[in-house]
Write a new protein. Structure first.
Ligand SMILES: C[S@@+](CC[C@H](N)C(=O)[O-])C[C@H]1O[C@@H](n2cnc3c(N)ncnc32)[C@H](O)[C@@H]1O
Length: 419
């Protein structure tokens, strides 16, 4: 499958003079130089300082995913994983990471307590080697515990420094396009240290491309993948989701078991960069496609009371390349009877904050406990909920609890060993 459709291949700008267009970042004591591969031919193997942004609670999992991809120096921290890799590794990370929300490539880091320091630090980067005047850009900004407190202002000041630098080199400047920019710049200020990065993912990585419409309370794809990873399920025993809604958990489990990369259906930010290597990317995708496998009947099943949600689950799984490989059934939880003497059952019941009210849900949580206790012996049960009060009505003792976030909602994934 060719991945080169709709990819912008802009012209590089011709700099006015070598003095105006340094080929390297200057060695300023304030700027930690990070080497970004600019020329695809001469700098293909150059190592890039990367950061995979990860929802809280999934940092160790994302680091383990990177190790499987052959990136051994992955260091999990708060909110993400730092690692160094070459361009092929960057492409692999975007294609394969199931739990990360984006992959940033760091360009520079400098102390920054004032607008002037911000402007100078950003202006020092040789932007004309990364963005030409006929490309578009957008700036995302996040701030924490810093003197500069207005993210809109920081983004604007950064944009000014970038376009000024390009105008000085090329004679004209690129435009801003917040919706679909060629280059997405990320500014992160933490304790007055500013990190400037390029966002290699573009759209957030949870947008796999298979979700056609949204049902009422769908799980984010990265959260569903995190849940599956935390269960330790490896595709060797059945997995069932008795409240599957639009099917996000079964689909993420199926992508994992079928060895399908979650990013195979979508485009990435790096595909619009000047150094984009189409042949390298196509080879990586072709290799991934060749390694997929078909899932055995009955391995992954989903159930729900809501026919509309089930219709969506079927459509989404077909779009994800899993047609006929996940089996969805219309059934109420109280009728759920898993087959086989062991497996993993994952439930993501409504928890009141977004669907229904607590009073109506107490009985449902009691039923979850009853069904797991009576009919799921030998299986391992998991319940993802954002409501710990309701979780008490399950009436079973959880053997493990994981803290996860569904957007801003703090959730628990509760594990039940069902004897
Ligand atoms: C929070 S949603 C699940 C969302 C799902 N994980 C997704 O990504 O789309 C809860 C689901 O439980 C289903 N549900 C509620 N009560 C049920 C019951 N008694 N039996 C089966 N399904 C039920 C709802 O129809 C809804 O689809």
């Amino acid at each position: 499958m060719s991945k080169s459709n709709h990819i912008l291949r802009p012209r590089e700008c011709t700099a006015k003079s070598p003095a105006e267009a340094p080929s390297q970042l200057p060695d300023s004591p304030a700027i930690q130089r990070t080497e970004i591969a600019i020329n695809p031919v001469t700098q293909q193997d150059q190592l890039l300082n990367c950061f995979a942004a990860v929802p809280r609670g999934a940092e160790e999992l994302a680091a383990a995913e990177l190790v499987v991809l052959g990136i051994s120096d992955a260091k999990p921290g708060k909110g993400g994983v730092s690692f160094r890799t070459d361009r092929a590794g960057l492409y692999h990370a975007n294609l394969w990471l199931r739990t990360a929300s984006r992959v940033l490539v760091q360009l520079a880091q400098f102390p920054c307590s004032s607008p002037a320091e911000l402007y100078t630090g950003v202006h020092t980067i040789a932007w004309q080697e990364l963005i030409t005047p006929d490309m578009t850009l957008a700036v995302d900004c996040s701030l924490r515990d810093s003197a500069l407190t207005h993210s809109g202002f920081v983004a604007l000041k950064t944009k000014d420094a970038v376009v000024d630098r390009i105008r000085e080199s090329c004679g004209s400047r690129p435009n801003v396009d917040t919706a679909l920019p060629d280059v997405r710049i990320n500014v992160h200020l933490h304790k007055n240290i500013c990190t400037i990065s390029l966002d290699s993912s573009g759209d957030s990585l949870d947008r796999r491309g298979y979700r056609l419409e949204r049902n009422e309370a769908p799980l984010r794809e990265t959260l569903a993948a995190t849940v599956v990873a935390l269960t330790g399920w490896d595709g060797s025993i059945p997995l069932a989701d008795p409240m599957c809604g639009s099917g996000t958990i079964p689909i993420e489990a199926a992508l994992l078991a079928a060895q399908i990369p979650p990013g195979l259906q979508r485009q990435f930010g790096f595909q619009r960069w000047l150094d984009y290597d189409d042949r390298l990317w196509n080879n990586i995708c072709a290799e991934a496609e060749a390694g997929t496998r078909r899932l055995p009947v009955g391995l992954i099943t989903g159930y729900d009371l809501d026919n509309k949600a089930l219709l969506l689950a079927g459509r989404n799984s077909a779009k994800a390349g899993l047609e006929g490989q996940i089996h969805f059934f219309h059934a109420a939880l109280q009728d759920f009877r898993p087959e086989g003497d062991k497996g993993v059952v994952i439930l993501n019941p409504p928890y009141g904050k977004r669907l229904g009210e607590d009073d109506d849900l107490r009985e449902l949580y009691c039923q979850i406990g009853d069904v797991m206790k009576k009919y799921c012996r030998g299986w391992t049960g998991y319940v993802l909920t954002g409501n710990l009060e309701l979780a008490k009505y399950i009436g079973l003792k959880a053997s493990r609890r994981y803290v996860l976030f569904n957007g801003a909602i703090e959730c628990r994934l509760l594990k039940y060993d069902l004897y």
